[in-house]
Design a protein around this ligand. Structure first.
Ligand code: ATP
Length: 616
């Protein structure tokens, strides 16, 4: 039998006639059945992952519909926009029959595979369709009556198809309406979940901004009671969150009358002005305490800014981007990297971009100070605290850095006793000088740096885990010079900034190759020293490889090349393991981002991680 395309329009709906035409033009024949393409278990799992949300929110709705039409012979199913059936629910007697024509999970029902049918035609039309009996292109499917409706996502894009199939003699005029309503319910459930997720994320973002906003923020209700305050406010007013919440604002800021705008008051030697930002529908007022800034001694402030960091290396650029974001949030930071990779350069740049930029930047190298003196250096001492102490006592680095940033270099070398004192200061936000009893409030941002692997130090018991977590608000890992891809840019930069005058200095081609292949153990400083000396010694302003070789302590290690030669060929499995490890590292163990980058589902990634023993 063939299909009569000229059937009167009144009997065969337009979209069915159009579909038949498409089938013929695709070279399909109503009597010759194509081999069905059924997805295997593994491929099907990929689709489950991809449409996880659709499956999750549609399954309970499908079960409800199933319960209400139980006893009738039907099959309800969900198909993907690619035409694959990924979920079914229905009556077992009909399911067995439907199975004969591959109306089951994993089968593809695009028009190209199965001719005119409700799923495939609804995908083309992006509209609900009824395909009844002989309207199906293939004779084998004539026993069916099917109604399908698209399920759209929150942006109006096709997310899936809901289809209800039964024996054609069970046709009921209300079926299409039921399918449309059910598809609509699924869309509503998805939309609701989406909105809830967005609201949750938005609230989380607001919470984060409120808590980490560098300016002191206090929320007060209409009775004048503090309902919330951020970290900067706790530091400014010298009350913990617990102590302040529930208290009348007038108890804490005694001189402040919330009704008098812009009234100045003095706290910890600094002048503040309360500034009502807004009041919301619950009559909560959001108050900002604006501090008046004092002009600082230029020598105490930082010398470097982000514009001083030279980089065209992707890892380094990633670190710069993170550092810029971290700069505007007032949390502690940990910078790790070998010596000379730019840890202090970063710390100063972060300080310079933070709201503390016109306050002091104080650096202290924890490994350069004898253990017995470190605590007095950090916290200061009162007169007569120890033999040799100055008569009038002395402020420590914390006091010197008050309001600004304290850079604790080589924190990994800090002795355990000093670590305990530091932790106490970070928790209590006040210091007591050695030999003294008066606690002094301190408002300092800590940027710590280390060339050691602090996590390993924690495991080895040489570094306190609680201090590690306190310091580790954000971590920046700076790459060593030998791993950087922009060595020639750095070399050019160094040659353009020579401390003496040298015209048209240039690197020969073999000198350039040398620079990119040499293992620069001393990082930027070593490259700088070698190039400055070479520029000074160079004949006719040409820096050659042999000149560089004579200035470098050890011979070139053409690491990459030798490694490539001796590299054993990796198996596909080893490649996969290495790739997953690399992506997990890049995404800091974020499964969703890693899966997206690898272009696989999250469940698949979990499965592989489990299989390869890569669980985090
Ligand atoms: N990407 C870069 N761009 C410009 N200058 C750099 C860069 N990286 C490092 N430097 C320079 O290298 C020198 C060493 O940097 P810095 O002192 O910040 O390193 P560090 O990691 O703190 O070293 P250490 O551990 O020895 O204290 C500084 O003069 C700094 O300006």
């Amino acid at each position: 039998m063939s299909i009569d395309l000229n059937t009167s329009k009144g009997i065969v709906p337009n979209h069915i006639q159009e579909s038949w035409k498409r089938c013929y033009s695709n070279g399909l024949d109503p009597t010759t059945i194509n081999q069905d393409h059924i997805l295997g278990e593994y491929e099907l799992t990929e689709y489950y992952d991809k449409y996880e949300e659709l499956l999750y929110y549609s399954s309970s709705i499908l079960k409800d519909v199933h319960a209400s039409i139980r006893g009738t012979e039907f099959l309800l199913l969900i198909a993907t926009p690619e035409g694959y059936i990924i979920d079914t629910v229905g009556e077992p007697s009909f399911i067995r029959h439907a199975d004969n024509v591959a109306l089951r999970k994993g089968a593809n029902w695009l028009e190209e595979s199965k001719g005119t049918n409700a799923i495939g035609t609804a995908i083309v039309e992006k509209n609900s369709v009824l395909v009844h009996g002989s309207q199906h292109f293939w004779e084998n499917n004539h026993f069916l009556t099917c109604a399908a409706a698209p399920i759209l996502d929150s942006k109006g894009q096709l997310l899936g198809i809901l289809n209800l199939s039964s024996y054609q003699q069970n046709y009921h005029p209300l079926t299409l309406g039921l399918v449309k309503r059910t598809a609509h319910s699924i869309e509503q459930a998805l939309l609701l979940a989406h909105t809830q997720k967005q609201t949750k994320n938005f609230t989380k973002d607001l919470d984060f901004i409120y808590n980490h906003h560098p300016a002191p923020l206090i929320t007060v209700n209409k009775e004048g009671t503090i309902t919330r305050l951020n970290t900067a406010a706790t530091r400014t007013i010298g009350y913990s969150e617990q102590a302040a919440i529930g208290k009348p604002i007038s108890n804490i800021l005694v001189e402040v009358n919330p009704l008098v705008p812009e009234q100045k008051f003095l706290l910890n030697n600094q002048v503040f002005t309360p500034h009502i930002l807004t009041s919301d529908y619950r009559d909560q007022s959001y108050m900002l305490l604006r501090g008046e800034t004092k002009q600082q001694n230029a020598a105490l402030t930082n010398r470097y800014h982000f514009t001083d960091i030279i980089s065209q290396d992707s890892k380094m650029n990633e670190m710069i981007a993170i550092a810029k974001k971290a700069a505007i949030i007032d949390i502690n930071l940990l910078i790790s990297g070998e010596t000379g990779t730019g840890k202090e350069l970063f710390a100063q740049s972060i300080h310079g971009a933070s709201f503390r930029s016109n306050q002091p930047f104080i650096a202290i190298n924890c490994s350069a100070i004898p253990e017995s003196l470190l605590e007095s250096e950090l916290f200061g001492y009162e007169k007569g605290a120890f033999t040799g102490a100055k008569n009038q006592g002395q402020a420590g680095k914390f006091e010197a850095a008050n309001g600004g940033t304290l850079f604790l270099d080589e924190i990994g070398d800090m002795p355990l006793t000093a670590q305990a004192s530091l932790l106490r200061v970070l928790q209590e936000r006040c210091i007591t000088r050695i030999g003294g009893t008066t606690p002094r409030p301190i408002d300092v941002r800590i940027i710590a740096a280390t060339h050691k692997d602090l996590q390993q130090e924690v495991e080895a018991g040489r570094f306190r885990a609680d201090l590690y977590f306190r310091l580790n608000g954000f971590t920046l890992k700076l790459p060593p010079l030998r791993n950087r891809t922009d060595l020639l840019l750095l070399a050019e930069h160094i040659l353009s900034q020579l401390p003496f005058k040298k015209e048209n200095i240039e690197l020969t081609e073999d000198a350039q190759t040398f620079i990119t292949e040499y293992e620069w153990a001393g990082n930027f400083r070593q490259l700088q020293n070698v190039l400055q000396q070479a520029a000074f010694l160079a004949n006719e302003s040409r820096i050659t490889k042999s000149l560089l070789l004579s200035l470098c302590p050890s011979p070139v290690k053409p690491i990459e090349k030798e490694r490539t030669k001796s590299q054993k060929i990796m198996s596909l499995r080893e490649h996969e393991i290495a790739l997953i490890q690399q992506v997990l590292e890049q995404t800091n163990g974020n499964i969703s981002r890693a899966a997206k980058q690898l272009d696989i589902g999250r469940n698949t990634l979990y499965r592989k991680m489990k299989e390869y023993g890569l669980m985090l």
